[in-house]
Design a protein around this ligand. Structure first.
Ligand code: UD1
Ligand code: MG
Length: 453
C-alpha cells in the first residue's frame, strides 16, 4: 500500500522593493523567457503539487497581486505591511499556515530558476522527521549570504553575514533562501523567532537553531549556485535569462527539434514545439507560440501568439503576431507579417505582404507586396478571402471587404468592394500606349537644353 501524499503549502515572499532594478515595475514582475519571475516561481510550486500557494506582497503592490491571481487563480495573497524580516514576512501568511499542511516550503519571488524537482528534494527530509530543511549552495564569494554552519552533516545554524564571526565568514556553504518546515511545527517555530540581531529583523533562518533547541533535526540540501541565483539587478536578470534559455533549448532538442545554432534561438517558457521541427539561426519566440510537427522556421523570424500546423514553413524574415493561425502546409516567405488571421491549409504568401484581421481559405495564393488595409485611423476591419483565390501582386484590400472562393484579383488592384466567387476583379487605371510619344519628348528636351547652353 502506498502512503498518502503529504500536503504542501508554498509561501512565496514577494515583498521586495526592487530599487536596484531602477524600474517602476515591482522586481518580481520583471520577465525572463517571456514570463514574470513570480510566474516562474508559481509554476514551480504548481509543478511540485502544492495544495495551496500563498504570496506575500508589499503594500501598494496591486500589480503583483494581479499577476499572482492571473497565474494561479487559487493563490492567496497576503500583505506584509512593514518589512521586518523574512520570518515576519512568512507570518503575514499566518492564516494559511494555521490551516495545517504536512509540509510548508518558503520560496522567494526573485529566485526564479528553482525547479519543481528541487522543491521535492527539499521536502524529502521532512518526510523522514526533520523539522527544517534548507537549500544550500557553494558560493565563490559568500559575502552577504547566510552561512550554513554544519557538523558531521547536521545543520546547526544559519548565521547571517552581518552577525557572523570571522571564522563563520570563511564558510562558503550558503543559504539559498528556500526553506522547508514540518507543517505541524512551523507556526510555533516562527512565532518564537525574535529580532535580536544586527539588522533588528525577524530572521526566518533562526528557525534552525530554535528547532534544534527543542530536539528536532535540521538538514541542508545542496544544489548548484545557478539554480538558486537571485535577481537583484538587470545584470542578474540577464544572467537568469541566459540560464533559462539554455534549459529551453535543451528541452526543445530533447523533444525532437533541430536547432541549427541553438545559442541564437530564444524561446518563451510556454513555447510548444512538435517533432522534427527545424529552427534555423536567429529566431525569436514570444509568448504563446505552438508549432506542429515538421515545421520549418527559416532564419531571422519572429513569432508571438501564433499557432503553426504540421508542415508549415515560414521565413526567412517572417513575422507572426498574436492570432496568426497557420493551417497545414502554409508557406510564409520573406518580409511577410501576419496578425490575427486564420490561413487555411496550403495558403502561400511568399513575399513582402501584410495580412491582418483576416481569414484566408485553403489553397489561396497571395502575391508579393499585397496588403490588407485593416485600419482606417479609428477602427480595425476584417478582410475575408475565400478558398483557392489568386490575389495578384501588389494588391491592396481595403477592409471591410470580402473576396469569394475561386476569384482572381488583377495585379496592382485596390479592392474596395466585395468580389464575387469565381469573378475577376481588376481595380486599377487602364494602360494607355502613345506611339512615338517618347521620341518627341526627347527631341523637345534636347532642343530646350541646347537653347539654354
Ligand atoms: C536572505 C537570507 C540569507 C540567504 C539569502 C539568500 C534571511 C534572514 N536571510 O538574506 O540567509 O543567504 O536570503 O538570498 O532569511 N522579504 C520580504 N519581507 C521582508 C524581508 C524580506 O518579503 O521583510 C523577501 C524579499 O523580498 C526577498 C526575500 O524575502 O524575496 C529575501 O529577503 P532579502 O532581504 O533579500 O534577504 P537577504 O538579506 O538577502
Ligand atoms: Mg537577498
Amino acid at each position: 500500500m502506498s502512503t498518502p501524499a503529504r500536503s504542501l503549502l508554498v509561501i512565496v515572499l514577494a515583498a521586495g522593493e526592487g530599487t536596484r532594478m531602477a524600474s517602476s515595475l515591482p522586481k518580481v514582475l520583471h520577465a525572463i523567457a517571456g514570463r514574470s519571475m513570480l510566474a516562474h516561481v508559481l509554476e514551480a510550486a504548481k509543478g511540485a503539487n502544492a495544495a495551496s500557494v500563498a504570496v506575500v506582497i508589499g503594500p501598494d503592490h496591486d500589480r503583483v497581486a494581479a499577476e499572482a491571481s492571473r497565474v494561479l487563480p487559487g493563490a492567496h495573497v497576503f500583505v506584509q505591511g512593514e518589512r521586518r524580516g523574512t520570518a515576519h514576512a512568512v507570518l503575514a501568511a499566518r492564516e494559511a499556515l494555521a490551516r495545517g499542511y504536512d509540509d510548508v516550503v518558503v520560496m522567494y519571488g526573485d529566485t526564479p530558476l528553482v525547479s519543481a524537482d528541487t522543491i521535492a528534494t527539499l521536502r524529502a527530509p521532512l518526510a523522514s522527521g526533520a523539522a527544517v530543511a534548507v537549500l544550500g549552495f557553494r558560493a565563490v564569494d559568500p559575502t552577504g549570504y547566510g552561512r550554513l554552519v554544519t557538523r558531521d552533516g547536521a545543520l546547526l545554524a544559519i548565521r547571517e553575514d552581518k552577525d557572523a564571526s570571522t571564522e563563520e565568514k570563511r564558510i562558503d556553504f550558503c543559504n539559498a533562501g528556500l526553506m522547508a518546515f514540518d507543517g505541524r511545527a512551523a507556526l510555533s517555530l516562527l512565532e518564537s523567532i525574535g529580532d535580536a540581531n544586527a539588522n533588528k529583523e525577524f530572521y526566518l533562518t533562526d528557525a534552525v537553531e530554535l528547532a534544534r533547541a527543542v530536539g528536532r533535526e535540521a538538514v541542508a540540501c545542496e544544489v548548484t549556485a545557478e539554480e538558486v541565483a537571485g535577481v537583484n539587478n538587470r545584470a542578474q536578470l540577464a544572467q537568469a535569462e541566459a540560464v533559462i534559455q539554455q534549459r529551453l533549448r535543451a528541452r526543445a532538442m530533447a523533444a525532437g527539434a533541430t536547432l541549427v545554432a541553438p545559442e541564437t534561438v530564444f524561446f518563451c517558457a510556454d513555447t510548444k514545439l512538435g517533432r522534427d521541427v527545424l529552427v534555423e539561426p536567429n529566431v525569436v519566440f514570444g509568448p504563446g507560440v505552438t508549432v506542429g510537427d515538421e515545421v520549418v522556421i527559416h532564419a531571422f523570424s519572429h513569432l508571438e501568439g501564433a499557432s503553426l500546423a504540421r508542415g508549415v514553413s515560414i521565413g526567412p524574415y517572417a513575422r507572426l503576431r498574436p492570432g496568426a493561425t497557420l493551417g497545414e502546409g502554409v508557406r510564409i516567405g520573406n518580409f511577410v507579417e501576419i496578425k490575427a488571421a486564420e490561413l487555411g491549409a496550403g495558403v502561400k504568401i511568399n513575399h513582402l505582404s501584410y495580412v491582418g484581421d483576416s481569414s484566408v481559405g485553403e489553397g489561396t495564393n497571395i502575391g508579393a507586396g499585397s496588403i490588407t488595409c485593416n485600419y482606417d485611423g479609428y477602427g480595425k476591419h476584417r478582410t475575408t478571402i475565400g478558398a483557392n483565390v489568386f490575389i495578384g501582386t501588389n494588391t491592396l484590400m481595403v477592409a471591410p471587404v470580402s473576396i469569394g472562393d475561386g476569384a482572381y484579383v488583377g495585379t496592382g488592384s485596390v479592392i474596395t468592394e466585395d468580389v464575387p466567387a469565381d469573378a475577376l476583379a481588376v481595380a486599377r487605371a487602364r494602360q494607355v500606349n502613345k506611339p512615338g510619344w517618347a521620341t518627341r519628348l526627347r527631341e523637345r528636351f534636347t532642343a530646350r537644353k541646347a537653347q539654354k547652353g
